[in-house]
Design a protein around this ligand. Sequence first.
Ligand SMILES: [Zn+2]
Length: 100
Amino acid sequence: MIRYLLITIFSLLALTFFRAIMGVVQKAVVNEVKSAMGGEDQPAPSQAGKSGPTAGPAATTLRKCVTCGTYKPEGAMIRYGSGDKAVFFCSADCEKKANA
Ligand SMILES: [Zn+2]
């Protein structure tokens, strides 16, 4: 009878331990996948709430090309105007098309 109790307790402990390990492994895997998938385009969404004329991090904000609709980091685009009136072109080609 005591042995049965011990086995029950032990299996409960083992189950708890197993779950804890699985949780850790799962977290590690999720982090691994996250860093593998979203490592490069992470700064863009975090800038959405902020507003201001800061030049540094804003250069990585995604902007839409007004001609073809392509999204690119602001730093890589041709910019016309400033503030809310600024428009962006992904390439000199699109800039020409807009002016034509
Ligand atoms: Zn374009």
